[in-house]
Write a protein that binds this ligand. Structure first.
Ligand code: AMP
Ligand code: MG
Length: 482
Protein backbone atom coordinates (compact mmCIF):
# COMPACT_ATOMS: atom_id res chain seq x y z
CA UNK A 1 0.00 0.00 0.00
CA UNK A 2 1.38 3.38 -0.91
CA UNK A 3 1.91 6.08 1.69
CA UNK A 4 -0.67 8.78 1.53
CA UNK A 5 1.46 11.88 0.94
CA UNK A 6 -0.36 14.94 -0.29
CA UNK A 7 1.55 14.92 -3.56
CA UNK A 8 0.14 17.37 -6.12
CA UNK A 9 0.64 17.57 -9.90
CA UNK A 10 0.61 21.30 -10.51
CA UNK A 11 3.28 21.35 -13.19
CA UNK A 12 2.09 18.18 -14.89
CA UNK A 13 -1.44 19.55 -15.03
CA UNK A 14 -0.78 23.18 -15.91
CA UNK A 15 1.97 22.46 -18.43
CA UNK A 16 0.91 19.15 -19.86
CA UNK A 17 2.45 20.11 -23.23
CA UNK A 18 5.87 20.18 -21.59
CA UNK A 19 5.62 16.79 -19.96
CA UNK A 20 5.37 13.11 -20.77
CA UNK A 21 3.60 10.87 -18.22
CA UNK A 22 6.06 8.17 -17.24
CA UNK A 23 6.75 5.45 -14.69
CA UNK A 24 9.91 4.73 -12.77
CA UNK A 25 11.63 1.36 -13.11
CA UNK A 26 10.90 -1.02 -10.21
CA UNK A 27 14.13 -2.56 -8.94
CA UNK A 28 13.83 -5.91 -7.21
CA UNK A 29 16.08 -5.46 -4.23
CA UNK A 30 16.49 -1.81 -3.37
CA UNK A 31 18.43 -0.63 -0.33
CA UNK A 32 17.95 2.78 1.22
CA UNK A 33 21.50 4.10 1.64
CA UNK A 34 21.07 7.67 2.83
CA UNK A 35 18.02 9.48 4.09
CA UNK A 36 17.95 13.20 4.82
CA UNK A 37 15.93 13.10 8.02
CA UNK A 38 16.08 16.84 8.56
CA UNK A 39 14.70 17.49 5.08
CA UNK A 40 12.06 14.79 5.46
CA UNK A 41 10.90 16.53 8.61
CA UNK A 42 10.46 19.75 6.64
CA UNK A 43 7.68 17.95 4.78
CA UNK A 44 6.25 16.44 7.89
CA UNK A 45 7.41 13.05 6.59
CA UNK A 46 8.27 10.54 9.27
CA UNK A 47 11.77 9.16 8.61
CA UNK A 48 10.83 5.81 10.11
CA UNK A 49 7.98 5.55 7.59
CA UNK A 50 10.32 6.42 4.72
CA UNK A 51 12.58 3.59 5.86
CA UNK A 52 9.83 0.98 5.46
CA UNK A 53 9.30 -0.97 2.25
CA UNK A 54 6.48 1.43 1.22
CA UNK A 55 8.66 4.41 2.05
CA UNK A 56 11.47 3.09 -0.11
CA UNK A 57 9.00 2.36 -2.91
CA UNK A 58 7.84 5.97 -2.65
CA UNK A 59 11.43 7.20 -2.87
CA UNK A 60 11.84 5.10 -6.03
CA UNK A 61 8.60 6.37 -7.55
CA UNK A 62 7.18 2.83 -7.54
CA UNK A 63 4.32 3.32 -5.11
CA UNK A 64 2.83 6.76 -5.22
CA UNK A 65 -0.39 8.20 -3.87
CA UNK A 66 -3.27 7.46 -6.19
CA UNK A 67 -3.59 10.99 -7.56
CA UNK A 68 0.10 11.27 -8.45
CA UNK A 69 1.08 11.88 -12.07
CA UNK A 70 4.82 11.33 -12.46
CA UNK A 71 6.20 12.97 -15.60
CA UNK A 72 9.42 13.48 -17.51
CA UNK A 73 9.87 17.18 -18.25
CA UNK A 74 10.79 18.48 -21.69
CA UNK A 75 13.47 21.11 -22.07
CA UNK A 76 16.06 22.29 -24.55
CA UNK A 77 19.40 23.82 -23.72
CA UNK A 78 22.68 25.29 -24.78
CA UNK A 79 25.31 22.74 -23.83
CA UNK A 80 28.80 24.25 -23.86
CA UNK A 81 27.40 26.96 -26.11
CA UNK A 82 25.73 24.64 -28.62
CA UNK A 83 21.98 24.47 -28.85
CA UNK A 84 20.29 21.10 -28.30
CA UNK A 85 16.60 21.51 -29.20
CA UNK A 86 15.31 18.53 -27.21
CA UNK A 87 17.02 17.41 -24.03
CA UNK A 88 14.46 16.74 -21.34
CA UNK A 89 14.57 14.35 -18.41
CA UNK A 90 16.27 11.37 -19.97
CA UNK A 91 16.57 9.51 -16.68
CA UNK A 92 14.60 11.66 -14.29
CA UNK A 93 11.00 12.12 -13.23
CA UNK A 94 9.05 14.81 -11.51
CA UNK A 95 6.88 12.97 -8.98
CA UNK A 96 4.92 16.09 -8.11
CA UNK A 97 4.81 18.87 -5.55
CA UNK A 98 4.57 18.90 -1.76
CA UNK A 99 4.13 21.78 0.65
CA UNK A 100 6.79 22.04 3.35
CA UNK A 101 6.24 23.14 6.94
CA UNK A 102 7.07 26.72 5.92
CA UNK A 103 4.20 26.64 3.43
CA UNK A 104 6.52 26.56 0.43
CA UNK A 105 5.82 24.44 -2.65
CA UNK A 106 8.62 22.01 -3.44
CA UNK A 107 9.17 19.57 -6.29
CA UNK A 108 9.98 15.97 -5.48
CA UNK A 109 12.10 14.67 -8.30
CA UNK A 110 13.98 11.46 -9.08
CA UNK A 111 17.20 10.93 -10.97
CA UNK A 112 18.27 7.51 -12.22
CA UNK A 113 14.73 6.10 -12.42
CA UNK A 114 15.07 4.58 -15.89
CA UNK A 115 14.93 5.58 -19.54
CA UNK A 116 12.29 8.02 -20.66
CA UNK A 117 11.41 9.11 -24.21
CA UNK A 118 14.08 11.82 -23.76
CA UNK A 119 16.85 9.36 -22.87
CA UNK A 120 20.26 9.79 -24.39
CA UNK A 121 21.78 6.81 -22.58
CA UNK A 122 20.72 3.93 -20.31
CA UNK A 123 18.47 6.02 -18.08
CA UNK A 124 20.27 4.96 -14.92
CA UNK A 125 22.57 6.60 -12.43
CA UNK A 126 25.39 5.16 -10.36
CA UNK A 127 25.86 5.48 -6.64
CA UNK A 128 28.98 7.69 -6.69
CA UNK A 129 27.56 10.65 -8.65
CA UNK A 130 24.24 10.48 -6.77
CA UNK A 131 26.04 10.60 -3.42
CA UNK A 132 28.16 13.44 -4.77
CA UNK A 133 25.02 15.41 -5.55
CA UNK A 134 23.68 14.65 -2.08
CA UNK A 135 26.88 15.78 -0.40
CA UNK A 136 27.44 18.92 -2.44
CA UNK A 137 23.85 20.04 -2.03
CA UNK A 138 23.99 19.61 1.74
CA UNK A 139 27.33 21.40 1.91
CA UNK A 140 25.94 24.33 -0.08
CA UNK A 141 22.82 24.44 2.06
CA UNK A 142 24.90 24.54 5.24
CA UNK A 143 26.90 27.39 3.73
CA UNK A 144 23.68 29.32 3.21
CA UNK A 145 23.69 29.03 -0.59
CA UNK A 146 20.48 28.49 -2.55
CA UNK A 147 20.35 24.90 -3.72
CA UNK A 148 18.29 21.86 -4.50
CA UNK A 149 18.67 19.22 -1.77
CA UNK A 150 18.73 15.47 -1.76
CA UNK A 151 16.10 13.63 0.23
CA UNK A 152 17.51 10.16 -0.24
CA UNK A 153 19.74 7.86 -2.22
CA UNK A 154 18.45 4.34 -2.79
CA UNK A 155 20.67 1.68 -4.27
CA UNK A 156 18.78 -0.36 -6.86
CA UNK A 157 20.67 -3.63 -6.53
CA UNK A 158 21.34 -3.55 -10.28
CA UNK A 159 24.77 -2.97 -11.82
CA UNK A 160 25.15 -0.11 -14.23
CA UNK A 161 27.86 -0.02 -16.85
CA UNK A 162 30.03 3.06 -17.26
CA UNK A 163 32.69 2.64 -19.95
CA UNK A 164 34.33 -0.70 -19.21
CA UNK A 165 33.27 -0.91 -15.55
CA UNK A 166 30.15 -1.78 -13.59
CA UNK A 167 28.90 0.25 -10.63
CA UNK A 168 25.99 -0.07 -8.23
CA UNK A 169 22.91 1.62 -9.68
CA UNK A 170 21.13 4.23 -7.56
CA UNK A 171 18.19 6.60 -7.55
CA UNK A 172 18.42 10.06 -6.05
CA UNK A 173 15.28 11.68 -4.69
CA UNK A 174 15.67 15.42 -4.56
CA UNK A 175 13.77 18.49 -3.57
CA UNK A 176 13.82 21.78 -5.46
CA UNK A 177 11.84 24.99 -5.57
CA UNK A 178 11.07 23.83 -9.09
CA UNK A 179 12.75 22.21 -12.04
CA UNK A 180 11.95 25.05 -14.42
CA UNK A 181 15.14 25.84 -16.28
CA UNK A 182 16.21 28.41 -18.85
CA UNK A 183 16.12 25.41 -21.17
CA UNK A 184 12.42 24.90 -20.38
CA UNK A 185 11.72 28.38 -21.75
CA UNK A 186 13.91 27.72 -24.77
CA UNK A 187 11.90 24.59 -25.46
CA UNK A 188 8.54 26.34 -25.03
CA UNK A 189 9.67 29.13 -27.34
CA UNK A 190 10.83 26.65 -29.96
CA UNK A 191 7.35 25.13 -30.23
CA UNK A 192 6.16 28.44 -31.71
CA UNK A 193 3.14 28.23 -29.42
CA UNK A 194 2.99 31.66 -27.81
CA UNK A 195 0.13 30.71 -25.52
CA UNK A 196 2.25 27.91 -24.10
CA UNK A 197 5.18 30.25 -23.54
CA UNK A 198 2.88 32.65 -21.74
CA UNK A 199 1.47 29.86 -19.62
CA UNK A 200 4.98 28.78 -18.62
CA UNK A 201 5.90 32.36 -17.76
CA UNK A 202 2.75 32.79 -15.68
CA UNK A 203 3.34 29.48 -13.91
CA UNK A 204 6.91 30.55 -13.11
CA UNK A 205 5.71 33.89 -11.80
CA UNK A 206 3.09 32.25 -9.62
CA UNK A 207 5.59 29.74 -8.24
CA UNK A 208 8.66 31.92 -7.78
CA UNK A 209 7.83 35.60 -8.19
CA UNK A 210 4.22 36.01 -7.02
CA UNK A 211 4.83 39.70 -6.37
CA UNK A 212 4.67 40.14 -10.16
CA UNK A 213 1.23 38.57 -10.62
CA UNK A 214 -1.16 40.96 -12.32
CA UNK A 215 1.63 43.40 -13.17
CA UNK A 216 1.14 44.53 -16.80
CA UNK A 217 4.90 44.44 -17.30
CA UNK A 218 5.28 41.10 -15.56
CA UNK A 219 7.24 39.34 -18.31
CA UNK A 220 9.98 41.91 -18.48
CA UNK A 221 9.92 42.12 -14.70
CA UNK A 222 10.37 38.35 -14.71
CA UNK A 223 13.56 38.74 -16.72
CA UNK A 224 14.83 41.21 -14.15
CA UNK A 225 13.78 39.08 -11.19
CA UNK A 226 15.50 35.99 -12.58
CA UNK A 227 18.61 38.03 -13.40
CA UNK A 228 18.63 39.34 -9.83
CA UNK A 229 18.40 35.85 -8.32
CA UNK A 230 21.12 34.54 -10.63
CA UNK A 231 23.34 37.47 -9.69
CA UNK A 232 22.93 36.69 -5.99
CA UNK A 233 23.59 33.02 -6.61
CA UNK A 234 26.70 33.65 -8.67
CA UNK A 235 28.10 36.05 -6.08
CA UNK A 236 27.61 33.39 -3.43
CA UNK A 237 29.43 30.81 -5.58
CA UNK A 238 32.33 33.14 -6.27
CA UNK A 239 32.69 34.14 -2.63
CA UNK A 240 32.78 30.56 -1.42
CA UNK A 241 34.98 29.27 -4.25
CA UNK A 242 32.46 26.96 -5.93
CA UNK A 243 32.84 25.80 -9.53
CA UNK A 244 29.61 24.37 -10.95
CA UNK A 245 31.30 22.75 -13.92
CA UNK A 246 28.34 22.46 -16.33
CA UNK A 247 26.60 25.82 -16.50
CA UNK A 248 24.50 24.87 -19.50
CA UNK A 249 21.19 26.68 -19.90
CA UNK A 250 19.39 23.46 -18.99
CA UNK A 251 21.21 23.53 -15.66
CA UNK A 252 20.15 27.11 -14.89
CA UNK A 253 17.17 27.26 -12.55
CA UNK A 254 14.55 29.98 -12.79
CA UNK A 255 14.31 29.88 -9.01
CA UNK A 256 17.97 30.87 -8.68
CA UNK A 257 19.01 27.63 -7.01
CA UNK A 258 22.18 25.68 -7.64
CA UNK A 259 20.99 22.66 -9.61
CA UNK A 260 22.40 19.53 -11.25
CA UNK A 261 25.63 18.82 -9.44
CA UNK A 262 27.87 17.02 -11.87
CA UNK A 263 31.59 17.61 -12.10
CA UNK A 264 31.46 20.46 -9.60
CA UNK A 265 34.08 21.26 -6.98
CA UNK A 266 35.35 23.81 -4.51
CA UNK A 267 38.63 25.46 -5.37
CA UNK A 268 41.41 24.95 -2.88
CA UNK A 269 44.22 27.14 -4.20
CA UNK A 270 42.87 30.46 -5.35
CA UNK A 271 42.88 30.06 -9.12
CA UNK A 272 40.54 32.04 -11.37
CA UNK A 273 41.20 29.54 -14.17
CA UNK A 274 40.26 26.48 -12.11
CA UNK A 275 38.40 23.83 -14.15
CA UNK A 276 37.46 20.45 -12.70
CA UNK A 277 35.23 18.93 -15.34
CA UNK A 278 36.79 16.26 -17.49
CA UNK A 279 34.58 17.31 -20.40
CA UNK A 280 35.26 21.06 -20.24
CA UNK A 281 38.27 21.06 -22.55
CA UNK A 282 38.07 24.76 -23.39
CA UNK A 283 37.64 25.91 -19.80
CA UNK A 284 34.32 27.52 -20.75
CA UNK A 285 33.04 27.00 -17.20
CA UNK A 286 36.25 27.90 -15.36
CA UNK A 287 35.86 29.47 -11.93
CA UNK A 288 36.25 33.11 -12.98
CA UNK A 289 34.14 32.68 -16.13
CA UNK A 290 31.00 31.79 -14.19
CA UNK A 291 29.40 35.23 -13.80
CA UNK A 292 29.89 35.93 -17.51
CA UNK A 293 28.34 32.59 -18.38
CA UNK A 294 25.37 33.23 -16.11
CA UNK A 295 24.82 36.52 -17.92
CA UNK A 296 25.02 34.73 -21.27
CA UNK A 297 22.48 32.16 -20.05
CA UNK A 298 20.19 34.97 -18.92
CA UNK A 299 20.37 36.47 -22.38
CA UNK A 300 19.19 33.12 -23.76
CA UNK A 301 16.32 33.26 -21.27
CA UNK A 302 15.41 36.79 -22.34
CA UNK A 303 15.62 35.72 -26.02
CA UNK A 304 13.11 32.99 -25.38
CA UNK A 305 10.68 35.52 -23.89
CA UNK A 306 10.94 38.11 -26.68
CA UNK A 307 7.46 37.45 -28.15
CA UNK A 308 5.95 38.36 -24.77
CA UNK A 309 7.91 41.57 -24.30
CA UNK A 310 6.71 43.66 -27.26
CA UNK A 311 5.10 43.20 -30.66
CA UNK A 312 8.02 44.82 -32.37
CA UNK A 313 11.15 42.64 -32.34
CA UNK A 314 13.62 45.52 -31.95
CA UNK A 315 11.63 47.00 -29.10
CA UNK A 316 11.49 43.59 -27.42
CA UNK A 317 15.24 43.18 -27.70
CA UNK A 318 15.81 46.59 -26.20
CA UNK A 319 13.52 45.81 -23.27
CA UNK A 320 15.21 42.45 -22.73
CA UNK A 321 18.69 43.92 -22.76
CA UNK A 322 17.69 46.62 -20.32
CA UNK A 323 16.27 44.07 -17.88
CA UNK A 324 19.13 41.58 -18.13
CA UNK A 325 21.56 44.37 -17.33
CA UNK A 326 20.52 44.33 -13.68
CA UNK A 327 22.62 41.18 -13.33
CA UNK A 328 25.88 43.11 -13.40
CA UNK A 329 24.97 45.74 -10.83
CA UNK A 330 23.42 43.23 -8.41
CA UNK A 331 26.32 40.83 -8.86
CA UNK A 332 28.92 43.50 -8.17
CA UNK A 333 27.10 44.84 -5.14
CA UNK A 334 26.61 41.34 -3.70
CA UNK A 335 30.20 40.39 -4.31
CA UNK A 336 31.47 43.53 -2.64
CA UNK A 337 29.15 43.11 0.32
CA UNK A 338 30.16 39.47 0.67
CA UNK A 339 33.85 40.28 0.47
CA UNK A 340 33.39 42.92 3.17
CA UNK A 341 31.95 40.21 5.39
CA UNK A 342 34.71 37.75 4.52
CA UNK A 343 37.27 40.40 5.41
CA UNK A 344 35.46 41.40 8.60
CA UNK A 345 35.34 45.05 7.61
CA UNK A 346 31.64 45.77 7.48
CA UNK A 347 32.09 49.54 7.43
CA UNK A 348 34.82 49.79 4.82
CA UNK A 349 34.10 52.13 1.93
CA UNK A 350 34.17 50.91 -1.66
CA UNK A 351 37.53 52.63 -2.13
CA UNK A 352 39.01 50.92 0.93
CA UNK A 353 37.65 47.61 -0.28
CA UNK A 354 39.30 48.16 -3.64
CA UNK A 355 42.60 48.83 -1.94
CA UNK A 356 42.39 45.69 0.16
CA UNK A 357 40.56 43.03 -1.84
CA UNK A 358 42.02 43.34 -5.32
CA UNK A 359 45.72 43.16 -4.37
CA UNK A 360 44.85 40.48 -1.83
CA UNK A 361 43.35 38.22 -4.50
CA UNK A 362 46.34 38.93 -6.75
CA UNK A 363 48.69 37.71 -3.99
CA UNK A 364 46.57 34.61 -3.37
CA UNK A 365 46.69 33.78 -7.04
CA UNK A 366 50.41 34.49 -7.42
CA UNK A 367 51.29 32.21 -4.52
CA UNK A 368 48.56 29.60 -5.06
CA UNK A 369 47.35 30.04 -1.50
CA UNK A 370 44.57 27.81 -0.21
CA UNK A 371 41.50 30.06 -0.39
CA UNK A 372 39.68 28.65 2.64
CA UNK A 373 42.63 28.34 5.00
CA UNK A 374 43.59 31.86 4.07
CA UNK A 375 40.41 33.47 5.39
CA UNK A 376 40.54 31.51 8.63
CA UNK A 377 44.19 32.45 9.14
CA UNK A 378 43.32 36.04 8.33
CA UNK A 379 40.73 36.03 11.11
CA UNK A 380 43.44 34.87 13.51
CA UNK A 381 45.55 37.76 12.32
CA UNK A 382 42.67 40.12 13.05
CA UNK A 383 42.86 38.83 16.62
CA UNK A 384 46.59 39.50 16.74
CA UNK A 385 48.05 36.09 15.84
CA UNK A 386 49.44 36.34 12.34
CA UNK A 387 52.09 33.59 12.20
CA UNK A 388 49.81 31.04 10.48
CA UNK A 389 48.79 33.66 7.94
CA UNK A 390 52.32 34.66 7.00
CA UNK A 391 53.29 31.01 6.72
CA UNK A 392 50.88 30.72 3.77
CA UNK A 393 52.95 33.22 1.78
CA UNK A 394 56.36 31.78 1.11
CA UNK A 395 57.46 34.05 -1.75
CA UNK A 396 59.75 37.05 -1.37
CA UNK A 397 56.93 39.56 -1.52
CA UNK A 398 55.17 37.94 1.42
CA UNK A 399 51.54 38.79 2.01
CA UNK A 400 51.79 42.24 0.39
CA UNK A 401 51.07 45.81 1.43
CA UNK A 402 47.31 45.47 1.38
CA UNK A 403 47.60 43.65 4.70
CA UNK A 404 48.50 46.80 6.63
CA UNK A 405 45.67 48.71 4.94
CA UNK A 406 43.28 45.96 5.98
CA UNK A 407 44.56 45.81 9.56
CA UNK A 408 44.07 49.57 9.74
CA UNK A 409 40.35 49.01 9.13
CA UNK A 410 39.99 47.17 12.48
CA UNK A 411 38.70 43.86 11.11
CA UNK A 412 36.43 41.74 13.30
CA UNK A 413 37.95 38.25 13.41
CA UNK A 414 35.00 36.58 15.09
CA UNK A 415 32.59 37.96 12.49
CA UNK A 416 34.94 36.59 9.81
CA UNK A 417 34.79 33.12 11.33
CA UNK A 418 31.03 33.19 11.05
CA UNK A 419 31.17 33.55 7.25
CA UNK A 420 34.42 31.84 6.22
CA UNK A 421 34.06 28.05 6.32
CA UNK A 422 36.70 25.87 7.92
CA UNK A 423 35.26 22.83 6.15
CA UNK A 424 34.28 22.68 2.50
CA UNK A 425 33.92 19.49 0.47
CA UNK A 426 37.49 19.20 -0.75
CA UNK A 427 37.78 17.09 -3.85
CA UNK A 428 40.24 14.53 -2.53
CA UNK A 429 38.13 13.89 0.57
CA UNK A 430 34.88 13.70 -1.41
CA UNK A 431 36.51 11.30 -3.80
CA UNK A 432 37.76 9.09 -0.98
CA UNK A 433 34.26 8.95 0.57
CA UNK A 434 32.60 8.11 -2.74
CA UNK A 435 35.10 5.38 -3.60
CA UNK A 436 34.50 3.79 -0.19
CA UNK A 437 30.72 4.03 -0.58
CA UNK A 438 30.89 2.47 -4.03
CA UNK A 439 32.66 -0.44 -2.38
CA UNK A 440 29.94 -0.67 0.26
CA UNK A 441 31.54 1.31 3.13
CA UNK A 442 29.34 4.33 3.89
CA UNK A 443 31.23 5.37 7.04
CA UNK A 444 33.51 7.97 5.39
CA UNK A 445 30.52 9.46 3.55
CA UNK A 446 28.45 9.82 6.73
CA UNK A 447 31.35 11.32 8.63
CA UNK A 448 32.06 13.83 5.87
CA UNK A 449 28.40 14.78 5.71
CA UNK A 450 28.42 15.47 9.44
CA UNK A 451 31.53 17.62 9.16
CA UNK A 452 30.02 19.66 6.32
CA UNK A 453 26.79 20.27 8.19
CA UNK A 454 28.62 22.74 10.45
CA UNK A 455 31.12 24.38 8.14
CA UNK A 456 31.98 27.41 10.25
CA UNK A 457 32.62 25.71 13.56
CA UNK A 458 36.19 24.50 13.99
CA UNK A 459 36.21 21.22 15.92
CA UNK A 460 39.08 19.16 17.29
CA UNK A 461 40.14 16.03 15.46
CA UNK A 462 38.89 17.22 12.07
CA UNK A 463 42.12 18.75 10.75
CA UNK A 464 42.30 16.55 7.71
CA UNK A 465 38.95 17.88 6.47
CA UNK A 466 40.31 21.42 6.60
CA UNK A 467 43.60 20.65 4.90
CA UNK A 468 44.38 20.79 1.20
CA UNK A 469 45.37 17.53 -0.46
CA UNK A 470 48.98 16.52 -0.23
CA UNK A 471 50.77 17.87 -3.32
CA UNK A 472 50.06 15.88 -6.48
CA UNK A 473 47.99 13.25 -4.70
CA UNK A 474 44.42 14.00 -5.62
CA UNK A 475 42.26 13.92 -8.71
CA UNK A 476 42.22 17.37 -10.27
CA UNK A 477 39.45 16.21 -12.52
CA UNK A 478 35.89 15.29 -11.68
CA UNK A 479 34.23 13.05 -14.18
CA UNK A 480 30.88 14.08 -15.51
CA UNK A 481 28.16 12.86 -13.20
CA UNK A 482 26.39 9.94 -14.80
P1 AMP B 1 23.02 16.23 -17.29
O1 AMP B 1 24.41 16.21 -17.77
O2 AMP B 1 22.74 15.27 -16.17
O3 AMP B 1 22.50 17.62 -17.01
O4 AMP B 1 22.16 15.65 -18.51
C1 AMP B 1 22.12 16.20 -19.80
C2 AMP B 1 21.08 15.47 -20.62
O5 AMP B 1 21.46 14.10 -20.85
C3 AMP B 1 19.71 15.40 -19.99
O6 AMP B 1 18.77 15.44 -21.01
C4 AMP B 1 19.72 14.05 -19.32
O7 AMP B 1 18.45 13.56 -19.08
C5 AMP B 1 20.49 13.21 -20.32
N1 AMP B 1 21.16 12.08 -19.66
C6 AMP B 1 22.26 12.14 -18.86
N2 AMP B 1 22.59 10.91 -18.42
C7 AMP B 1 21.69 10.05 -18.92
C8 AMP B 1 21.48 8.66 -18.80
N3 AMP B 1 22.29 7.87 -18.08
N4 AMP B 1 20.43 8.12 -19.46
C9 AMP B 1 19.59 8.88 -20.20
N5 AMP B 1 19.74 10.20 -20.35
C10 AMP B 1 20.76 10.80 -19.73
MG1 MG C 1 21.08 18.69 -16.16
Amino acid sequence: MSIDFALRSEYATALEELTVPWQAVRPEEPKLRVLNEELAAEFGLDPSVLRTESGIRFLLGNELPEQAKPVAQAYAGHQFGFYAPRLGDGRALLLGELTDVHGRTRDIHLKGSGRTPFARADGFATIGPMLREYLMGEAMHALGIATTRALAVVETGTSVRREAEFFPGAVLARVASSHIRVGTFQYARSTGDEALLEKLADFTIQRHYPQLEGNPKRYEELVEAVATEQAKLLASWMLVGFVHGVMNTDNTSLAGETIDYGPCAFIDDYDPGAVFSSIDHQGRYAFANQPGIALWNLSRFADSLLPLLADDQDAAVEIAEGRVRVFTSVYEAELLAGMRRKLGIADATDAEMGEAARPMLARLEAESVDYHRFFRALAHAARGESAALHALFTGEEGIGEWFQTWLGLSPDGDAMDRVNPVYVPRNHIVDEALVAATEGDFEPFSRLLEVLEHPFEERPGLDRYAAPAPEGSWPHVTYCGT
